[in-house]
Design a binder for this molecule. Structure first.
Ligand code: AGP
Length: 372
């Protein structure tokens, strides 16, 4: 009903708007006054976590994209090799798992059959399974060794938004916690990231306050057939997520690519006026990647693409090549997905609405997929 939507036209819009709070709630009580992580709920003993020699993340759809991003954080902060796999592919390839493998199953609903079957397979092989889940008492956390709940609150719209942001936060907490118990050499960086995480909710709030031009742009593209998304590093899964949102809501052909792959094939898709959303890495941190993506933007624009550039405030190098510029607050590289995804959610929601689609209940899709 209209009351349940709290004055918003759809649950999706309401849930997009709830993201700053969802992020704050997911951090609440998990960082102590000294900036250390207190994840007592992760009932896997520290000595077991110290022995972990491989992390495998299994998930589907948007939760899989959260896992792809988490890999960068886990490997960087812990130096433990991390694989990310679609839950539906995982058990069919006879994956290598043992007692020293930590499997992280990410699921909003906790009822996704593919993810459940993957974690059952992992436990049969002796691996420990940690669930990251948004639904209390659902099947996936019940069948796992431990659970870290995301506190997004109920997500009603089929398209996942606030659950995704909180999955990222939870994955980072796990990554930082692993670093903490294992005594990583990145201790200073971990403290800095914990501090930055605490202010990320405010950054998301600021993004939400600047979305009117994004909505306008989305409406102007309602007649297009295709939208492409490019990113690098953690911006690559963000590009995949932007494309998934557009497929499921706007029923358009949308594809995400790693920008470095352009010249290996996808650049052939660029033709006159095709919209290409480019997520630009932070110019601090991985500045080499930022420079490479700026030349990608030039290349596709020279071939006629309409460039929609998502870039940090203050990054001026992109300005001459952006037909449309979407600004996001500056964050450390690994945290950028928490702010960069938000305009892509708004973009997909508005574009779908402009095409006359029902955003909360896209055709052919269910909120949780309880069959394999
Ligand atoms: C996201 O917008 C989708 N509706 C879908 O990809 C979803 O993320 C996927 O089915 C996984 O669901 P889960 O998180 O409940 O396991």
């Amino acid at each position: 009903s209209a009351a349940e939507k709290g004055g918003y036209a759809s649950f999706m819009l309401k849930e997009i708007a709830e993201q700053p709070k969802a992020v704050t709630d997911t951090l609440l009580g998990r960082i102590d006054g000294s900036g250390s992580l207190t994840l007592d709920e992760v009932r896997i003993p520290a000595n077991v976590l110290r022995e972990v020699d491989k992390v495998v993340i299994v998930a589907c759809g948007t939760a899989f994209h959260a896992g792809l991003i988490a890999k960068y954080a886990i490997e960087h902060w812990t130096r433990i090799p991390c694989e990310v796999e679609l839950a539906s592919e995982f058990r069919y390839r006879d994956p290598i798992l043992d007692q020293q493998t930590l499997v992280i199953a990410v699921s909003q609903s906790g009822e996704t059959m593919d993810t459940l079957m993957a974690l059952r397979h992992a436990r049969e092989q002796g691996a420990r399974v940690l669930a990251i889940c948004n639904t209390n008492g659902s099947t996936i956390p019940r069948e796992s060794d431990a659970v870290l709940y995301t506190h997004a609150g109920p997500e009603v719209a089929v398209a996942s938004t606030k659950a995704f942001l909180t999955q990222l936060v939870a994955c980072y907490l796990v990554a930082l916690y692993l670093g903490q118990v294992r005594g990583t050499k990145w201790a200073d960086e971990i403290r800095a990231v914990v501090r930055d995480l605490s202010s990320i909710s405010g950054a998301v709030e600021r993004v939400l306050g600047t979305m009117e031009p994004v909505r306008e742009l989305a409406r102007s593209l309602a007649g297009k057939d295709t939208v492409l998304f490019l990113g690098r590093h953690v911006g690559y899964p963000v590009a995949l997520e932007g494309a998934l949102k557009l497929k499921e809501l706007a029923y358009m052909h949308a594809e995400g690519f790693a920008a470095g792959e352009l010249k290996h094939g996808p650049i052939a898709l660029i033709e006159d006026d095709v919209p290409v959303v480019v997520v630009v890495p932070s110019p601090r941190g991985r500045s080499v990647l930022r420079d490479k993506i700026v030349s990608n933007i030039q290349e596709i624009r020279a071939r006629g693409a309409r460039t929609i550039v998502v870039a940090e405030e203050g990054d001026e190098a992109v300005v001459p090549y952006a037909d449309h510029l979407i600004r996001i607050p500056a964050t450390p590289t690994l945290l950028q997905p928490l702010v960069a995804t938000v305009p892509l959610q708004v973009f997909a929601c508005e574009l779908a609405t402009a095409r006359g689609n029902e955003v909360d209940q896209p055709r052919n899709l269910a909120k949780s997929v309880t069959v394999e």
